[in-house]
Design a protein around this ligand. Structure first.
Ligand SMILES: [Zn+2]
Length: 525
Protein backbone atom coordinates (compact mmCIF):
# COMPACT_ATOMS: atom_id res chain seq x y z
CA UNK A 1 0.00 0.00 0.00
CA UNK A 2 1.28 3.44 -0.94
CA UNK A 3 1.17 6.44 1.42
CA UNK A 4 -0.15 8.91 -1.13
CA UNK A 5 -1.31 8.86 -4.75
CA UNK A 6 -1.67 12.06 -6.76
CA UNK A 7 -4.03 11.19 -9.62
CA UNK A 8 -4.61 12.90 -12.98
CA UNK A 9 -1.86 15.46 -12.58
CA UNK A 10 -0.35 17.40 -15.43
CA UNK A 11 3.35 17.07 -14.63
CA UNK A 12 6.10 19.64 -15.18
CA UNK A 13 8.86 17.32 -14.06
CA UNK A 14 11.58 19.95 -13.50
CA UNK A 15 13.69 18.95 -16.53
CA UNK A 16 12.24 21.67 -18.76
CA UNK A 17 10.58 19.09 -21.05
CA UNK A 18 6.93 19.66 -22.02
CA UNK A 19 4.30 18.70 -19.44
CA UNK A 20 2.63 15.27 -19.56
CA UNK A 21 -0.22 13.59 -17.67
CA UNK A 22 0.24 10.77 -15.20
CA UNK A 23 -0.42 9.45 -11.69
CA UNK A 24 2.28 9.66 -9.04
CA UNK A 25 2.64 7.16 -6.17
CA UNK A 26 4.53 8.07 -2.99
CA UNK A 27 5.83 5.88 -0.16
CA UNK A 28 8.20 6.62 2.75
CA UNK A 29 8.85 10.14 1.49
CA UNK A 30 9.92 9.03 -1.99
CA UNK A 31 8.31 9.01 -5.42
CA UNK A 32 8.03 5.28 -6.09
CA UNK A 33 5.79 5.08 -9.14
CA UNK A 34 4.91 7.35 -12.05
CA UNK A 35 2.45 5.71 -14.43
CA UNK A 36 -0.67 6.47 -16.48
CA UNK A 37 -2.24 3.35 -14.94
CA UNK A 38 -1.80 2.97 -11.19
CA UNK A 39 -4.13 0.36 -9.66
CA UNK A 40 -2.40 0.39 -6.24
CA UNK A 41 -4.23 1.57 -3.16
CA UNK A 42 -2.98 4.41 -0.97
CA UNK A 43 -3.74 5.73 2.50
CA UNK A 44 -4.49 9.11 0.93
CA UNK A 45 -5.40 10.20 -2.58
CA UNK A 46 -5.36 13.66 -4.10
CA UNK A 47 -7.28 14.22 -7.32
CA UNK A 48 -5.14 16.73 -9.18
CA UNK A 49 -7.35 17.13 -12.25
CA UNK A 50 -6.85 20.62 -13.66
CA UNK A 51 -3.69 21.20 -11.62
CA UNK A 52 0.01 20.92 -12.43
CA UNK A 53 2.47 18.98 -10.30
CA UNK A 54 6.03 20.33 -10.08
CA UNK A 55 9.03 19.43 -7.93
CA UNK A 56 9.16 21.53 -4.76
CA UNK A 57 10.95 24.82 -5.40
CA UNK A 58 14.51 25.40 -4.23
CA UNK A 59 15.27 28.89 -2.93
CA UNK A 60 18.75 29.37 -4.34
CA UNK A 61 19.43 32.43 -2.15
CA UNK A 62 18.01 32.31 1.36
CA UNK A 63 18.84 34.18 4.55
CA UNK A 64 16.56 32.01 6.66
CA UNK A 65 19.48 30.83 8.77
CA UNK A 66 19.10 34.19 10.60
CA UNK A 67 15.60 33.26 11.82
CA UNK A 68 15.17 29.50 11.61
CA UNK A 69 16.37 28.87 15.14
CA UNK A 70 13.48 31.10 16.29
CA UNK A 71 10.84 30.12 13.71
CA UNK A 72 11.77 26.64 12.44
CA UNK A 73 8.57 26.37 10.39
CA UNK A 74 9.72 29.00 7.88
CA UNK A 75 6.10 29.23 6.82
CA UNK A 76 6.78 32.17 4.48
CA UNK A 77 8.83 29.80 2.33
CA UNK A 78 6.50 26.80 2.39
CA UNK A 79 3.50 28.92 1.41
CA UNK A 80 5.20 29.98 -1.82
CA UNK A 81 6.11 26.41 -2.76
CA UNK A 82 9.69 26.37 -1.47
CA UNK A 83 10.67 22.97 -0.07
CA UNK A 84 14.44 23.51 0.12
CA UNK A 85 16.32 26.58 1.30
CA UNK A 86 19.96 27.34 0.39
CA UNK A 87 21.31 29.46 3.27
CA UNK A 88 24.54 31.09 4.44
CA UNK A 89 24.56 33.74 1.72
CA UNK A 90 26.29 37.09 1.20
CA UNK A 91 29.23 36.25 3.47
CA UNK A 92 27.05 35.65 6.54
CA UNK A 93 26.57 32.33 8.32
CA UNK A 94 25.56 31.51 11.89
CA UNK A 95 29.02 30.09 12.74
CA UNK A 96 31.89 30.31 13.57
CA UNK A 97 32.08 32.69 16.50
CA UNK A 98 35.45 33.06 18.26
CA UNK A 99 36.22 33.94 21.87
CA UNK A 100 38.95 36.26 20.65
CA UNK A 101 36.45 38.41 18.70
CA UNK A 102 33.25 37.53 20.51
CA UNK A 103 32.01 41.14 20.79
CA UNK A 104 32.52 41.79 17.05
CA UNK A 105 30.76 38.55 16.18
CA UNK A 106 27.82 39.35 18.40
CA UNK A 107 27.55 42.83 16.90
CA UNK A 108 27.15 41.34 13.43
CA UNK A 109 24.46 38.97 14.69
CA UNK A 110 22.66 41.84 16.44
CA UNK A 111 22.16 43.54 13.08
CA UNK A 112 21.38 40.33 11.16
CA UNK A 113 19.17 38.45 13.61
CA UNK A 114 17.91 41.16 15.96
CA UNK A 115 19.51 42.52 19.11
CA UNK A 116 20.54 39.89 21.62
CA UNK A 117 19.07 36.93 19.69
CA UNK A 118 22.44 35.21 19.40
CA UNK A 119 23.88 34.75 22.87
CA UNK A 120 25.65 31.45 23.06
CA UNK A 121 29.20 30.86 22.01
CA UNK A 122 29.25 27.12 22.73
CA UNK A 123 27.00 26.03 19.84
CA UNK A 124 28.70 28.36 17.34
CA UNK A 125 32.38 27.91 18.08
CA UNK A 126 32.76 26.13 14.76
CA UNK A 127 30.57 25.01 11.88
CA UNK A 128 30.28 21.30 12.72
CA UNK A 129 29.15 22.15 16.27
CA UNK A 130 26.56 24.60 14.92
CA UNK A 131 25.17 22.11 12.39
CA UNK A 132 24.99 19.36 15.02
CA UNK A 133 23.27 21.65 17.56
CA UNK A 134 20.50 22.70 15.15
CA UNK A 135 17.19 20.86 15.51
CA UNK A 136 16.69 17.90 13.17
CA UNK A 137 13.63 19.31 11.39
CA UNK A 138 12.41 22.53 9.83
CA UNK A 139 9.49 23.41 7.56
CA UNK A 140 11.51 23.17 4.35
CA UNK A 141 14.82 21.34 3.94
CA UNK A 142 17.82 23.54 4.68
CA UNK A 143 21.32 23.51 3.15
CA UNK A 144 24.29 25.62 4.26
CA UNK A 145 27.18 27.73 3.06
CA UNK A 146 29.83 29.08 5.37
CA UNK A 147 30.17 32.87 5.15
CA UNK A 148 33.55 34.44 4.49
CA UNK A 149 32.61 37.53 6.51
CA UNK A 150 31.68 35.39 9.50
CA UNK A 151 34.97 33.44 9.30
CA UNK A 152 36.92 36.67 8.90
CA UNK A 153 35.26 38.25 11.94
CA UNK A 154 36.13 35.16 13.98
CA UNK A 155 39.73 35.18 12.77
CA UNK A 156 40.57 38.92 12.85
CA UNK A 157 37.60 41.00 13.99
CA UNK A 158 36.91 44.04 11.84
CA UNK A 159 40.56 44.66 10.96
CA UNK A 160 40.79 46.73 7.79
CA UNK A 161 43.82 44.98 6.29
CA UNK A 162 45.03 41.74 4.70
CA UNK A 163 44.91 38.73 7.02
CA UNK A 164 48.23 37.58 8.48
CA UNK A 165 49.40 34.03 7.70
CA UNK A 166 48.00 32.90 11.04
CA UNK A 167 44.59 34.50 10.37
CA UNK A 168 44.47 33.07 6.86
CA UNK A 169 45.27 29.66 8.35
CA UNK A 170 42.41 30.01 10.84
CA UNK A 171 39.96 30.81 8.05
CA UNK A 172 41.15 27.91 5.90
CA UNK A 173 40.85 25.50 8.85
CA UNK A 174 37.31 26.70 9.54
CA UNK A 175 36.38 26.33 5.89
CA UNK A 176 37.77 22.79 5.73
CA UNK A 177 35.88 21.81 8.89
CA UNK A 178 32.67 23.28 7.42
CA UNK A 179 33.08 21.46 4.12
CA UNK A 180 33.72 18.19 5.93
CA UNK A 181 30.61 18.81 8.06
CA UNK A 182 28.48 19.08 4.92
CA UNK A 183 28.53 22.74 3.87
CA UNK A 184 27.92 23.25 0.15
CA UNK A 185 30.58 25.91 -0.25
CA UNK A 186 31.62 29.41 0.75
CA UNK A 187 29.74 32.69 0.31
CA UNK A 188 31.10 36.23 0.00
CA UNK A 189 29.46 39.58 0.76
CA UNK A 190 31.98 42.06 -0.57
CA UNK A 191 30.07 45.23 0.30
CA UNK A 192 29.51 44.35 3.94
CA UNK A 193 31.68 44.66 7.00
CA UNK A 194 34.14 42.87 7.09
CA UNK A 195 34.04 41.36 3.55
CA UNK A 196 34.52 44.86 2.17
CA UNK A 197 38.07 44.91 3.62
CA UNK A 198 39.22 41.78 1.78
CA UNK A 199 41.06 41.85 -1.53
CA UNK A 200 40.69 39.47 -4.46
CA UNK A 201 43.81 37.52 -3.46
CA UNK A 202 42.32 36.67 -0.05
CA UNK A 203 39.04 35.59 -1.62
CA UNK A 204 40.79 33.49 -4.24
CA UNK A 205 42.87 31.60 -1.65
CA UNK A 206 39.70 30.58 0.18
CA UNK A 207 37.82 29.76 -3.03
CA UNK A 208 40.61 27.31 -3.86
CA UNK A 209 39.96 25.42 -0.61
CA UNK A 210 36.22 25.14 -1.36
CA UNK A 211 37.11 23.98 -4.88
CA UNK A 212 39.32 21.19 -3.48
CA UNK A 213 36.13 19.67 -2.04
CA UNK A 214 34.12 20.18 -5.22
CA UNK A 215 32.18 22.91 -3.41
CA UNK A 216 30.72 26.08 -4.85
CA UNK A 217 31.11 29.79 -4.24
CA UNK A 218 28.30 32.35 -4.12
CA UNK A 219 29.30 35.97 -4.46
CA UNK A 220 27.55 39.19 -3.55
CA UNK A 221 29.86 41.26 -5.72
CA UNK A 222 31.84 44.31 -4.71
CA UNK A 223 29.72 46.59 -6.86
CA UNK A 224 26.36 46.31 -8.64
CA UNK A 225 26.15 49.83 -10.04
CA UNK A 226 28.89 52.02 -11.59
CA UNK A 227 31.54 49.28 -11.42
CA UNK A 228 29.25 46.38 -12.28
CA UNK A 229 31.22 45.25 -15.34
CA UNK A 230 34.55 45.30 -13.49
CA UNK A 231 32.97 43.27 -10.67
CA UNK A 232 31.71 40.62 -13.09
CA UNK A 233 35.12 40.53 -14.80
CA UNK A 234 36.82 39.93 -11.43
CA UNK A 235 34.44 37.05 -10.65
CA UNK A 236 35.14 35.48 -14.05
CA UNK A 237 38.89 35.79 -13.47
CA UNK A 238 38.63 33.99 -10.12
CA UNK A 239 36.45 31.27 -11.66
CA UNK A 240 38.99 30.76 -14.46
CA UNK A 241 41.90 30.57 -12.02
CA UNK A 242 40.23 28.19 -9.56
CA UNK A 243 37.79 26.20 -11.72
CA UNK A 244 35.10 26.62 -9.03
CA UNK A 245 31.37 26.41 -9.73
CA UNK A 246 30.11 29.92 -9.05
CA UNK A 247 26.78 31.65 -8.42
CA UNK A 248 26.66 35.43 -8.74
CA UNK A 249 24.14 36.54 -6.13
CA UNK A 250 21.01 38.61 -6.90
CA UNK A 251 22.32 39.77 -10.27
CA UNK A 252 21.19 43.27 -11.19
CA UNK A 253 22.18 46.67 -12.60
CA UNK A 254 21.52 49.48 -10.14
CA UNK A 255 21.04 53.22 -10.93
CA UNK A 256 19.59 54.59 -14.18
CA UNK A 257 23.09 55.31 -15.56
CA UNK A 258 23.80 51.56 -15.45
CA UNK A 259 20.51 50.24 -16.80
CA UNK A 260 21.07 48.05 -19.82
CA UNK A 261 24.50 46.86 -18.63
CA UNK A 262 23.02 43.38 -18.13
CA UNK A 263 23.44 42.93 -21.91
CA UNK A 264 27.18 43.11 -21.42
CA UNK A 265 27.34 41.16 -18.11
CA UNK A 266 25.37 38.26 -19.60
CA UNK A 267 27.61 38.31 -22.67
CA UNK A 268 30.74 38.07 -20.49
CA UNK A 269 29.24 35.30 -18.36
CA UNK A 270 28.03 33.32 -21.37
CA UNK A 271 31.44 33.55 -23.01
CA UNK A 272 33.09 32.03 -19.92
CA UNK A 273 30.42 29.32 -19.79
CA UNK A 274 31.00 28.49 -23.46
CA UNK A 275 34.66 28.02 -22.60
CA UNK A 276 33.57 25.33 -20.16
CA UNK A 277 33.40 27.24 -16.86
CA UNK A 278 30.37 27.10 -14.59
CA UNK A 279 28.86 30.46 -13.71
CA UNK A 280 25.23 30.73 -12.62
CA UNK A 281 23.11 33.61 -11.37
CA UNK A 282 20.37 33.98 -8.84
CA UNK A 283 17.75 36.71 -8.96
CA UNK A 284 14.70 37.99 -7.10
CA UNK A 285 11.92 39.19 -9.41
CA UNK A 286 11.59 42.86 -8.41
CA UNK A 287 13.00 46.23 -9.48
CA UNK A 288 13.54 47.15 -5.83
CA UNK A 289 16.30 45.93 -3.54
CA UNK A 290 16.32 45.95 0.24
CA UNK A 291 18.88 46.40 2.97
CA UNK A 292 19.35 48.36 6.20
CA UNK A 293 18.39 52.05 5.97
CA UNK A 294 21.62 52.83 7.84
CA UNK A 295 23.54 51.90 4.66
CA UNK A 296 22.53 55.36 3.38
CA UNK A 297 24.68 57.04 6.04
CA UNK A 298 28.10 58.34 4.95
CA UNK A 299 30.93 55.77 5.26
CA UNK A 300 33.01 57.98 7.56
CA UNK A 301 30.11 58.09 10.04
CA UNK A 302 29.36 54.38 9.76
CA UNK A 303 32.98 53.70 10.77
CA UNK A 304 32.38 55.48 14.13
CA UNK A 305 31.58 53.47 17.27
CA UNK A 306 27.82 53.21 17.54
CA UNK A 307 27.35 55.62 20.50
CA UNK A 308 29.39 58.31 18.71
CA UNK A 309 27.39 57.80 15.53
CA UNK A 310 24.08 58.16 17.40
CA UNK A 311 25.40 61.27 19.15
CA UNK A 312 26.37 62.83 15.82
CA UNK A 313 22.95 62.00 14.38
CA UNK A 314 21.34 63.96 17.24
CA UNK A 315 23.65 66.98 17.08
CA UNK A 316 22.08 69.79 14.95
CA UNK A 317 25.25 70.87 13.16
CA UNK A 318 26.46 67.30 12.59
CA UNK A 319 23.00 66.37 11.25
CA UNK A 320 23.27 69.09 8.66
CA UNK A 321 26.68 67.84 7.63
CA UNK A 322 25.50 64.21 7.39
CA UNK A 323 22.59 65.18 5.12
CA UNK A 324 24.91 67.30 2.96
CA UNK A 325 27.37 64.41 2.51
CA UNK A 326 24.53 61.98 1.74
CA UNK A 327 23.21 64.32 -0.96
CA UNK A 328 26.66 65.05 -2.43
CA UNK A 329 25.45 67.98 -4.48
CA UNK A 330 22.14 66.51 -5.64
CA UNK A 331 18.79 67.75 -4.36
CA UNK A 332 16.99 65.99 -1.50
CA UNK A 333 14.39 64.85 -4.02
CA UNK A 334 16.98 63.36 -6.38
CA UNK A 335 18.87 61.70 -3.54
CA UNK A 336 15.93 60.10 -1.73
CA UNK A 337 13.34 59.93 -4.53
CA UNK A 338 13.58 56.15 -5.00
CA UNK A 339 13.81 55.25 -1.32
CA UNK A 340 11.06 53.62 0.76
CA UNK A 341 11.04 52.92 4.49
CA UNK A 342 10.81 49.13 4.72
CA UNK A 343 10.06 48.33 8.33
CA UNK A 344 10.30 50.69 11.30
CA UNK A 345 9.26 49.45 14.74
CA UNK A 346 9.42 52.98 16.17
CA UNK A 347 7.32 54.36 13.30
CA UNK A 348 5.11 51.50 12.05
CA UNK A 349 2.84 54.11 10.42
CA UNK A 350 5.70 55.07 8.10
CA UNK A 351 6.55 51.50 7.02
CA UNK A 352 5.94 51.07 3.30
CA UNK A 353 5.97 54.82 2.62
CA UNK A 354 8.43 56.62 0.37
CA UNK A 355 10.86 58.73 2.42
CA UNK A 356 9.34 61.84 0.76
CA UNK A 357 5.83 60.83 1.94
CA UNK A 358 7.14 60.13 5.44
CA UNK A 359 8.85 63.54 5.44
CA UNK A 360 5.51 65.25 4.78
CA UNK A 361 3.91 63.42 7.70
CA UNK A 362 6.76 64.26 10.10
CA UNK A 363 6.97 67.85 8.79
CA UNK A 364 10.73 67.57 8.15
CA UNK A 365 12.90 67.28 5.07
CA UNK A 366 13.85 63.86 3.62
CA UNK A 367 17.35 63.78 5.11
CA UNK A 368 16.18 64.63 8.65
CA UNK A 369 13.34 62.13 8.32
CA UNK A 370 15.82 59.39 7.51
CA UNK A 371 17.94 60.29 10.55
CA UNK A 372 14.92 60.50 12.88
CA UNK A 373 13.54 57.12 11.83
CA UNK A 374 16.96 55.51 12.20
CA UNK A 375 17.42 57.05 15.65
CA UNK A 376 13.98 55.82 16.73
CA UNK A 377 14.85 52.29 15.64
CA UNK A 378 18.37 52.34 17.09
CA UNK A 379 19.61 52.03 13.45
CA UNK A 380 17.66 48.84 12.73
CA UNK A 381 15.20 50.28 10.15
CA UNK A 382 15.08 48.45 6.81
CA UNK A 383 14.87 50.22 3.46
CA UNK A 384 13.48 49.37 0.05
CA UNK A 385 15.13 51.03 -2.92
CA UNK A 386 13.71 51.18 -6.43
CA UNK A 387 16.99 51.13 -8.34
CA UNK A 388 16.54 48.68 -11.21
CA UNK A 389 14.61 48.62 -14.49
CA UNK A 390 12.20 45.96 -15.76
CA UNK A 391 14.19 45.37 -18.97
CA UNK A 392 17.24 44.25 -17.00
CA UNK A 393 15.12 42.14 -14.63
CA UNK A 394 13.50 40.32 -17.56
CA UNK A 395 16.72 39.95 -19.54
CA UNK A 396 18.54 38.43 -16.55
CA UNK A 397 15.55 36.21 -15.74
CA UNK A 398 15.46 34.80 -19.27
CA UNK A 399 19.14 33.82 -19.21
CA UNK A 400 19.22 29.98 -19.15
CA UNK A 401 21.54 29.88 -16.11
CA UNK A 402 19.53 32.20 -13.85
CA UNK A 403 17.80 30.66 -10.83
CA UNK A 404 15.12 32.23 -8.64
CA UNK A 405 16.24 33.17 -5.14
CA UNK A 406 14.28 35.21 -2.62
CA UNK A 407 17.20 36.94 -0.83
CA UNK A 408 14.34 37.73 1.55
CA UNK A 409 14.44 38.47 5.21
CA UNK A 410 11.71 38.93 7.71
CA UNK A 411 11.63 38.86 11.52
CA UNK A 412 8.92 37.73 13.91
CA UNK A 413 7.11 40.91 14.96
CA UNK A 414 8.24 42.86 11.89
CA UNK A 415 5.96 45.66 10.68
CA UNK A 416 7.27 45.74 7.11
CA UNK A 417 9.67 43.96 4.77
CA UNK A 418 10.44 43.44 1.09
CA UNK A 419 7.71 41.13 -0.32
CA UNK A 420 10.35 38.98 -2.03
CA UNK A 421 10.61 36.91 1.17
CA UNK A 422 6.96 35.84 0.73
CA UNK A 423 6.19 35.94 -2.98
CA UNK A 424 9.18 35.57 -5.31
CA UNK A 425 8.31 32.18 -6.79
CA UNK A 426 4.58 32.79 -7.47
CA UNK A 427 5.57 36.19 -8.90
CA UNK A 428 7.93 34.64 -11.44
CA UNK A 429 5.32 32.06 -12.51
CA UNK A 430 2.33 34.41 -12.52
CA UNK A 431 3.64 37.81 -13.51
CA UNK A 432 6.79 37.13 -15.51
CA UNK A 433 5.89 33.77 -17.11
CA UNK A 434 2.12 33.96 -17.66
CA UNK A 435 1.61 37.71 -18.06
CA UNK A 436 4.97 38.86 -19.47
CA UNK A 437 5.96 35.63 -21.31
CA UNK A 438 9.62 35.97 -20.33
CA UNK A 439 10.05 32.20 -20.71
CA UNK A 440 7.96 29.04 -20.85
CA UNK A 441 6.35 27.61 -17.71
CA UNK A 442 8.43 24.42 -17.99
CA UNK A 443 11.65 26.41 -18.32
CA UNK A 444 10.79 28.54 -15.29
CA UNK A 445 10.09 25.40 -13.25
CA UNK A 446 13.43 23.91 -14.37
CA UNK A 447 15.22 27.01 -13.09
CA UNK A 448 13.44 26.72 -9.74
CA UNK A 449 14.06 22.98 -9.29
CA UNK A 450 16.50 20.75 -11.21
CA UNK A 451 18.94 23.56 -11.95
CA UNK A 452 19.56 24.63 -8.33
CA UNK A 453 19.57 20.94 -7.32
CA UNK A 454 22.40 20.36 -9.82
CA UNK A 455 24.29 23.57 -9.00
CA UNK A 456 24.22 22.90 -5.25
CA UNK A 457 24.58 19.12 -5.52
CA UNK A 458 21.30 18.23 -3.80
CA UNK A 459 20.86 14.52 -4.48
CA UNK A 460 17.32 13.26 -5.06
CA UNK A 461 15.88 16.77 -5.36
CA UNK A 462 14.55 18.88 -8.19
CA UNK A 463 12.95 16.31 -10.51
CA UNK A 464 9.78 14.23 -10.56
CA UNK A 465 11.35 10.81 -11.09
CA UNK A 466 10.92 7.44 -9.48
CA UNK A 467 13.36 7.21 -6.56
CA UNK A 468 13.48 10.97 -6.02
CA UNK A 469 12.32 12.68 -2.81
CA UNK A 470 8.60 13.49 -2.76
CA UNK A 471 9.02 17.27 -2.34
CA UNK A 472 6.27 18.62 -4.60
CA UNK A 473 3.97 21.53 -5.45
CA UNK A 474 0.49 21.23 -6.87
CA UNK A 475 -0.53 24.49 -8.50
CA UNK A 476 -2.64 26.12 -11.17
CA UNK A 477 -0.41 27.81 -13.79
CA UNK A 478 -3.43 29.86 -14.96
CA UNK A 479 -4.03 31.49 -11.58
CA UNK A 480 -0.82 31.33 -9.55
CA UNK A 481 0.20 34.87 -8.63
CA UNK A 482 1.92 36.86 -5.89
CA UNK A 483 -0.43 38.89 -3.69
CA UNK A 484 2.23 40.48 -1.48
CA UNK A 485 3.44 43.95 -2.41
CA UNK A 486 5.34 46.75 -0.69
CA UNK A 487 2.33 47.64 1.47
CA UNK A 488 0.86 44.14 2.02
CA UNK A 489 4.31 42.69 2.32
CA UNK A 490 3.36 39.30 3.82
CA UNK A 491 0.17 38.44 1.92
CA UNK A 492 0.09 34.76 0.85
CA UNK A 493 0.01 33.96 -2.87
CA UNK A 494 -2.94 32.59 -4.86
CA UNK A 495 -3.11 29.54 -7.11
CA UNK A 496 -0.98 27.15 -5.03
CA UNK A 497 -3.11 24.20 -3.91
CA UNK A 498 -0.71 21.93 -2.01
CA UNK A 499 2.91 21.84 -0.97
CA UNK A 500 4.36 18.44 -0.09
CA UNK A 501 7.60 17.84 1.81
CA UNK A 502 8.98 14.29 2.21
CA UNK A 503 5.70 12.81 0.98
CA UNK A 504 3.42 14.70 3.37
CA UNK A 505 1.13 17.62 2.62
CA UNK A 506 2.31 20.62 4.67
CA UNK A 507 0.45 23.49 2.96
CA UNK A 508 -3.09 23.62 1.56
CA UNK A 509 -4.47 26.81 0.00
CA UNK A 510 -1.66 28.93 1.48
CA UNK A 511 -2.16 27.60 5.01
CA UNK A 512 0.67 25.70 6.71
CA UNK A 513 -0.50 22.82 8.91
CA UNK A 514 2.40 23.10 11.35
CA UNK A 515 4.29 19.99 10.20
CA UNK A 516 8.09 20.08 10.20
CA UNK A 517 9.12 17.60 7.51
CA UNK A 518 12.27 19.31 6.18
CA UNK A 519 15.73 18.12 7.20
CA UNK A 520 19.28 19.42 7.10
CA UNK A 521 20.76 18.76 3.66
CA UNK A 522 24.45 18.06 4.15
CA UNK A 523 26.87 17.31 1.31
CA UNK A 524 28.70 14.07 1.75
CA UNK A 525 32.18 14.92 0.45
ZN1 LIG B 1 23.52 39.84 -0.93
Amino acid sequence: MLDLIIRNARIADGSGMPCYHSHVGIKDGKIVKIAPFLPEEAKETIDAAGLTLTPGFIDSHSHDDFIMETVPGLEHKLTQGITSDITGMCGHSMAPLSLEYLEEGRRVYDTLCGKGVVKDYETRKDFPTYIAALPANFGPNVAFHIGHGTMRTAAMGFAQRRPTDREMGLMKDELRKAMEAGALGISFGLIYNPGVFSDTEECEELVKVAAEYGGDVTIHMRNENDRLLESVETVIRVVKETGIRCVISHHKAVKPANWGKSVKTLELIEKANEEGFDIFLDQYPYIASSTGLSSELPKEYLALPKDELLKAMRDPSERKKIVEIMCAGSSLEERFGNLMIGGSLAHPELSGLMVSEAAKILGRNEGETLLDVLLGDDLSTSEIKFGMCEEDVERIMAYPRTMTGTDGLWFPGAVGAHPRAFASFPRVLGHYVRERRVMSFEEAVRKMTSMPAAVYGLKGKGLIREGFDADLCLLDPDTIIDKADFKNWNAPCAGLKHVIVAGEVVVTDAVWNGKLKGTKLLRNW
